[in-house]
Design a binder for this molecule. Structure first.
Ligand code: PBG
Length: 337
């Protein structure tokens, strides 16, 4: 016990972890990770019409905007310093077909939304998913042949969708479909069409998750998918080595950035990927995660601001470069204060 007694007049414990935590200035001084507005990407839902702000029932506080309102919201996000917006269209049911041809329409909702933001002179980055689920009548991300989502034929469709979006001003193409080989063929298609500067943020480790439920309500694909699932292409939540392989493949095929999705339940994957690869790693705090936090806060069971900021900081601690989060504008406003 001599060592312990050598602790000086105060005696044991001489190592006092709480010393550094005693004052606010000291806590700030030893803080290891931080959250900035630069780390926030805002996913936004767009709908047809004008002057529309349509609440998403399963995501309290989240609204779908018509293109005109969306442009105002994008301007506000830019003013707040949010670097980029990820746009998701709620496609009218009558435009959905088995092969999702609306994805190639230069006048489709997401293309009009992106052109409107560019026409308004905004500088905020525009991210658009590549996957057919907003446009297919069955709600799957790819083409279905004999009951199976086929890979190689889907790749051709994804390339056309990516080029269509790039032509409308998309800055970052985000393949969220989980088809094999898509990053390489999309990169080639973009380059061939003259879009060698358009970036690719690959949803590399995207899991077949129950936490996407509210998103599917928001974009109107839940009913299309019915009792179907995406387990033949999205990853099994039980796997982690497989995520590393997926990320390695996407990087080798030309991804500029990779993503892990969902977020909080998958921080172990964020940690592994960010340690193993020298590439920006993003995490998606998905709709179900938002719904849990927002509804618990609405019931008075959680402090909304505190839980929101803690959850976002935890992504940074796990190694994420940035977070796609429905909280982005709210968090940005808090960070501004
Ligand atoms: C489309 C897509 C989904 C999400 C983002 N892009 C849904 C899905 O794969 O079924 C989910 C985002 C969220 O839940 O917030 N492929």
């Amino acid at each position: 016990m001599t060592g312990i007694q050598a602790g000086g007049a105060g005696g044991f414990p001489w190592v006092r972890m709480r010393r550094n935590r005693r004052t606010d200035w000291s806590r700030r001084m030893v803080r290891e990770h931080s959250l900035s507005v630069d780390n926030l990407i805002w996913p936004v839902f767009v709908v047809e019409g004008t002057g529309q702000r349509v609440p998403v029932a399963s995501m309290p506080g989240v609204e779908r905007f018509s293109v005109d309102v969306f442009v105002e919201q994008a301007a506000e996000a830019e003013r707040l310093g949010i670097p980029a917006i990820a746009i998701f269209p709620a496609t009218p049911q009558e435009l959905r077909t088995p092969d999702g041809e609306e994805a190639f329409n230069p006048q489709n909702l997401i293309c009009r939304a992106m052109r409107a933001v560019k026409a308004a002179g905004l500088k905020i980055g525009l991210i658009a998913d590549v996957a057919l689920d907003p446009y297919t009548s069955h709600g799957q991300d790819g083409l279905v042949r004999d009951g199976y989502v086929v890979n190689d034929e889907t790749l051709q469709a994804l390339c056309r969708q990516a080029v269509n979006q790039a032509q409308s001003g998309c800055d970052i193409i985000a393949p969220s479909d989980m088809m094999d080989g898509r990053v390489k063929v999309i990169r080639e298609a973009l380059d061939a069409a003259g879009f060698s500067q358009v970036q690719i943020m690959a949803y590399s480790a995207k899991y077949a998750s129950a936490f996407y439920g509210p998103f599917r309500d928001a974009v109107g694909s839940a009913g299309c998918l019915g009792t179907g699932d995406k387990k033949t292409y999205q990853m099994d939540p039980a796997n982690t080595d497989e995520a590393v392989r997926e990320v390695a493949l996407d990087i080798s095929e030309g991804a500029d950035m990779v993503m892990v999705k969902p977020g909080l339940p998958y921080l172990d994957i964020v940690r592994r990927v960010s340690e193993q690869f020298a590439v920006p790693v993003f995490a998606y705090q998905v709709s179900g995660e938002y719904a849990m936090l927002a509804s618990a806060a609405a019931a008075g069971w959680l402090n909304r601001e505190a839980a929101m900021m803690e959850s976002l900081l935890c992504f940074r601690r796990a190694g994420a470069s940035g977070i796609l989060t429905y909280f982005a504008p709210e968090a940005a406003r808090l960070l501004q204060r």
